[in-house]
Ligand binder design. Sequence first.
Ligand SMILES: Nc1ncnc2c1ncn2[C@@H]1O[C@H](COP(=O)(O)OP(=O)(O)OP(=O)(O)O)[C@@H](O)[C@H]1O
Ligand SMILES: [Mg+2]
Length: 502
Amino acid sequence: MSDVLLRTESIGKEFSGVPVLTDVTIEVIRGEILGIIGENGAGKSTLMKILAGIYTASSGGIVFEGKPAVIGEPHDAKRLGISLIPQEFNLIRELTVYDNVFLGSELSRGSGLLDKREMKRRTRELLAELGMEISPDVTIERLSTAQKQMVEICKAVSVDAKLLIMDEPTTVLTQYEIEILFKLMRRLKSQGTTIIYISHKLKEVKAICDRVMILRDGELVAVEEIDAISVLEMAQRMVGRELSQVFPEKRQPEEEVVFEVRNLTVLGVIEDISLRLRKGEILGLAGLVGAGRTEVAETIMGVRKRSGGEILLHGTPLEIENPKAAVDNGINYLSEDRQGSGILTSFTVVQNTTLVSLGNYCRSLLSLIDRKREREATSRHRDRFNIKAQSLDTRLEYLSGGNQQKVSLAKSIDPAPEVLIADEPTRGVDVSAKQEIYRLIHDLADKGLSCIFISSEQEEIIGMCHRVMVMKEGRAMGTLEGEEINEEAIMYLATGIHEGVV
Ligand SMILES: Nc1ncnc2c1ncn2[C@@H]1O[C@H](COP(=O)(O)OP(=O)(O)OP(=O)(O)O)[C@@H](O)[C@H]1O
Ligand SMILES: [Mg+2]
C-alpha cells in the first residue's frame, strides 16, 4: 500500500474566468497532519472544497488511494471517506445538535427506525471528548459560535473519515479548547486518520502538523517538514516579504472616562459586571469559551435584555433597547458571528461597508445617498486592509472568509464610533492583515476611540490592551494592568488553575 493517500494533479480553478488556483499538485501522506497556510484569498478553502466535492476543478485531477477519483459532489467525497469541517458553518439552526451531527448519515436500527438514542449517545460522547457540556437535544440557534464550531467538528469526526479536512477550526476557540482539540486530533492520527489542517495561527500549525504547504495567489510555493521551518519563516513565505514588528506601541490613554458599565447582570448569563473605559483606552476581555465575554458585548448593545445594572456614556445613563440605539449613541459592535449578525452575504462590499453608516452619506436636504462618497470610503477601507474582491460590487458570499472579516471590520468602524466593541476582530485574518488591524485600532485609539477588545488569542490581548478584564462563568475574576498582563496571570484568572493546563 502506497503511503500517499491523496494526490492532486495540476488542479486549476477559475471563477467566471478569474483563476483562483493554478496548477496545484500536492500529495497527502497517510497518517500525517498536513498544514496548509496562505494569505486570505490564497485559495485554501477553494482547494479543500474541490476535495470535498463542493466545487469541481476547472482542470487537473485527483488520485485517491492510488486510483483516479471523480469527486463531482459531496456524496462522492463522503463515499471515499473524505470529511470536511467547513470554514463557514453549515448547520441547520432549527434542528438539534444530534440531528445536525448525523444529518445525511442517520443511524437506524434493524427495523429501519431511526436510532435516536444511539445518535444522542454518540453525540454526547464526542462533545464530552471536546470538553463541551452541551445537550444533544438543544437546537443550534441556542449555541454560541464556539459551540457551533465544536458541533461541526463532531459532525465531521462522527463518520470515521480516512481524510479529515479542517478549515480554520480554531478561529473562535481559546488556547484551552484548542489543546483539547489537538488531543482529539492526535488520537485520530494514532488511529490512522489523515488530517489536513488550515489555520492562520501559525504557532498551532507548528505545534500540531507534520508538514506544511504554503499557497500564495493560488499557487503552491513551498512544502516543508515542520521541523525545517520556523513560524516567522512560514509567515514571510506566505506573504512573500519581510514582516515588521507585530504590535504597535501602546500610548497612554487620557484620564477622561468615556464609557462605563456598572453591575451589569443578565440572570443566569452574566453577573455584576462593571468596567470603565477611558478615552483612547483599549480594554481586553479574556476568558475561556463560555466565560461570558460575547454576552457582555451583546448586553451592552441591547441584543440581550439586562436584568440589572447601568450603562453610562460620559456619565449619562443610557437606555439601550436594541443595537440601533447603541449605534445612534456612538457605540458599535463587531460581532464574532460573522455570518450570523456581522454581514449580509448576499449584499455587496459597498452595501455591507456602509450598512450602519448610510445616514452619513445622505445629501442633507434630499436625503439622497451620495454614491460617489460611499464608494470612495469603501475603496479606502479596501486599500487599507487589502480586501480581495473582484470589485466593490461583488457580493460577500464570493469573498474568502478572511476577506469577509475585513469587510465586517470596515463596516464597524465606518460610522466613526466613540466606543467600539471588537469581538474577535482578527478572526480568520492572515498575518499581514492582522498587523494592519492592530495598527488601525491603535490609530483610532490615539484619536480618542475607546475599545473593548475581545479575543481568544492571548498574544493579541497581551500585545494590544492597556488593561485586561478576565472573566469566568459570567463573572469578572480580576483586571490586569501594565506589567501584570501576561499569559500565566490571565490563565490563572480564567481557570483558577496555576499551571499545567495547556
Ligand atoms: N464561489 C466563488 N465565486 C467567485 N469567487 C470565489 C468563490 N469562492 C472563492 N472565490 C475567490 O477565490 C479566491 C480564493 O478564495 P478562498 O476562499 O479559497 O481563499 P482562502 O485561502 O480560503 O482565504 P481565507 O484565509 O480568507 O479563508 C478569493 O479571491 C475568493 O474571492
Ligand atoms: Mg478560507
